[in-house]
Design a protein around this ligand. Structure first.
Ligand code: TRP
Length: 399
């Protein structure tokens, strides 16, 4: 009896830890803008198919590697087979690319939480509000620094567990609020066309770009191909049922992403028409569309503030897991101690994050193979490195 009980709490704890890493900006910010941009229903279909096949297999694999080796990714691959030691290094490179720009977007969310709290909803609903915010110099940098500093402090003090407990309470709230907002948006005039665009796959919109975008998003949203799940897997006990846990994590993560899309894509149709221009807004989509929704609803500033605060916490727990992966890797490899590693990683994130942020303003003429600085890091990590690491991880297990 006693044993069963602790067994139960054990796997629930693991599920929440993994889910709080998985549910973040990927679900609420990245998924809707990709779905809007890459063909709506056909993107959703591609995503769902990849999630239940490849995503499921890869998450189970990573957790199993962690459970078997009980090592961090840096060492885990090498211990399975010396030949694959370099894959551990490659895996640790993914969070290095993601962390700086994740914190920049986290800063945008922080800013919007503050704006809603100050009651300036109608200003923020203006089309020019967001572009003028990100192209300015000081304000986005300040909010980026606040966010990055919080992430670093949490890791420095080693209070991740406390934060995870806290997010356990907040995640259901986020789910409820997202459902409420979705219902509100769906009753707006013109939203119907958006629902059709989002749910009905149109094969004319299918291209290799759609598949690649869906694949990259899958890795990002489920925190795969970067060793996080290997780390969590090292805490899982022999008797825990990995498949069942993974199914629950995946379902929760996908549900939040699906609802975020169902809230934002129809809103684009209701407030800006469904032209390619409005749909193709990319990273700015959430920040341009949602304020319009809040502006139109009763108690919009309260709802808006609550929403961005919840997104803020979801982003924070995910960012902590990204930074943790790098800190653990450095500490493992160079035996620096966690505190020193945290300071190093923080300084690195600030240096690169400042460039990402300024890339929308004074550095906007800098492009790398056609991408702005932030988009370049996003592309390299999600569309190049993660698919490679993900495929290789599956191959390694075959050996
Ligand atoms: N999955 C998180 C999100 O959706 C982001 C994230 C956390 C992540 N850890 C990761 C992405 C590891 C890739 C790899 O926001």
């Amino acid at each position: 009896m006693e044993k069963n009980r602790s067994n139960f709490t054990g796997s629930i704890g693991f599920i929440f830890a993994a889910a709080s890493s998985a549910v973040g900006l990927g679900n609420l910010w990245r998924f809707p803008y990709l779905a809007a941009k890459y063909g709506g229903g056909i993107f959703l279909l591609a995503y769902l198919i990849l999630a239940v096949t490849f995503g499921f297999a890869l998450m189970v694999t990573e957790i199993a590697i962690g459970r078997k080796t009980r090592l961090s990714p840096m060492e885990a691959f090498g211990s399975l087979n010396k030949k694959w030691k370099w894959l551990g290094k490659l895996t640790t490179l993914v969070p290095v690319l993601i962390l700086p720009y994740y914190c920049v977007i986290g800063g945008w969310v922080t800013k919007y939480g503050a704006v809603m709290l100050s009651g300036a909803v109608s200003e923020s609903a203006n089309d020019s509000y967001f572009p003028s915010f990100i192209s300015s110099t000081v304000s986005p940098l300040v909010f980026f620094l606040i966010f990055a500093l919080l992430v670093a402090i949490i890791i420095f003090l080693g209070v991740n567990k406390g934060i995870e407990k806290f997010s356990k309470l907040l995640m259901p709230l986020l789910l409820v609020l997202t459902i409420g907002l979705t219902v509100f948006v769906l009753t707006r005039k013109g939203a119907g066309a958006g629902v059709a665009y989002y749910l009905k796959p149109d094969f004319a919109n299918l291209s290799i770009k759609t598949i690649l975008a869906a694949l990259g998003q899958l890795f990002f949203s489920m925190s795969l191909a970067m060793g996080i799940m290997i780390t969590y897997g090292s805490y899982v006990r022999k008797e825990d049922n990995i498949e069942k846990s993974v199914r629950q994590i995946e379902m929760f993560d996908t549900l939040i992403a699906f609802l975020a899309g169902l809230m934002i894509v129809p809103a684009v149709f209701a407030y800006s028409g469904g032209d390619a221009d409005a749909l193709g807004k990319g990273p700015s989509l959430m920040f341009v569309t949602l304020p319009k929704v809040f502006n139109e609803m009763p108690f919009g500033s309260v709802v808006g503030a609550l929403f961005f605060i919840l997104v803020f916490f979801a982003a924070l727990t995910s960012a902590v897991s990204v930074m943790e992966a790098i800190v653990a890797g450095i500490d493992d490899k160079y035996k620096t101690g966690r505190k020193k590693a945290t300071v190093i990683v923080f300084l690195y994130a600030v240096a690169i994050g400042v460039l990402c942020s300024l890339g929308f303003g004074v550095l906007s003429n800098i492009t790398i193979i056609g991408f702005g600085i932030l988009d370049f890091l996003d592309f390299m990590s999600n569309s190049v490195l993660m698919p490679i690491v993900g495929m290789l991880t599956c191959i390694v297990i075959g050996f």
